[in-house]
Design a protein. Sequence first.
Length: 477
Amino acid sequence: MECFSEKGKSACYGGGYCTDLETIRKLEYPLLNGTTYLDHAGTTLYAKSLIESFSHDMVSNLYGNPHSMSQSSQRSTQRTEDVRLRALEFFNADPDEFDLVFVANATSAIKLVAESFRDQNPQGFWYGYHIDSHTSIVGVRELAQVGYQCFQDVEVDTLISRLGTEHAETPKLIAFPAQSNLNGRRLPVRWCNQIRTATGEYAGNVFSLVDAASFVSTAPLDLKKWAPDFVALSFYKIFGFPDLGALIVRKSAARALERRKYFGGGTVDMVLASGAQWHAKKASSIHERLEDGTLPFHSIIALDSAFDTHQRLYGSMVNISAHAGLLVKRLYNCLSSLRHFNSAVVCHIYRSVYGDPALQGPIIAFNLKNSRGEWIPKTAIERLAAARNIQLRSGSVCNPGGTASSLGWTDTELRRHYAGGLRCGDNHDVLDGRPTGVLRVSLGAMTSTKDIKTLVKFIEEVYVEKSRPSSEQLHIK
């Protein structure tokens, strides 16, 4: 393939990448044998030695429920707090400025912020979210009693300036993804600082929520530089295992979460159950007031093994970012260069800025066209790819705004097609001459050049027309 004309194997970025990547894959990811995995935006893959390390930890130590004073309980508590600090360090978050709340996943973190804002003020809160947000970010608008706005890049500066001068005491929350889970576009991190330094009588009531779930899979999250108020993320996006998430809270913004009405076990110092409606929340830390019930302490302990394994294999997130960035640039070059016999473009790609990690992550969203310019059904492509052990994703990938804007769908059109039977995940691939979703390939730390060559070869062999199809072929459905 001409687009892979660059000589040599993957560059040596430091850490484990100085070892041949194929050796790492053979030893650490044996389940990849015969499989081309290109859905790292869904979840990346866990290393074999991570599971072995965690298993050894589990059979070597007795861990009890943290809500006790026994030796096994205190061991769990200590390990949990050690991992909490290690996670903050991983994201360059000063523990004097940030706290980390363990949750099930990024969606749970977002929901926790949303419910806290809902309970903070009797009149409710105002909410703004970027059009390229995950469904979980969009869903917060249902709790925003004062109102909401779906904004685009060009509206950000005006929006931040306006919110600092209106709605009096109403809390305002502005949410956006660090990286689009649709096409990998990385949004401006300066927005967080703009929100924090906004002027106006009520600027102190404006907060930022960053969905970092897609971003953290292949890039270093530097909270010292970013300065967000709230960050939602999932650790399985980084390590593959454990299934665990976090809400990272800037301590100076924690007041926005203090009036959450619900409380669970472990978050209170005293509760009156039979008489007055009264309780006293724990006061020592933010996470103690927000982590309801018994924490998934085994999963948190597993995170310790995940950090160790990840560092040993890959060195740092900087190395992973360089590796994945190099591969996605090569893949983009290949896909964008594919042509049919009549020079018609094969791949319609919904992003074109590849090569700059500040602007783009290792995700490509695209659709395929035949030589006559007709869209090829995405679900048929995904099924045939699966038959060849190529794993990718199709659909709107839980990014309704980004998908609609990329494909040119209006709200009116989508509601009309919904009334006609269109549903998320169905096989209505093309309506009104337009695709209803995309094909998405996403790369990760252990993606190899062979993986992306396999994908390109598949598209070349099956969908690139080398000659004009016969009249009989044209009528084949």
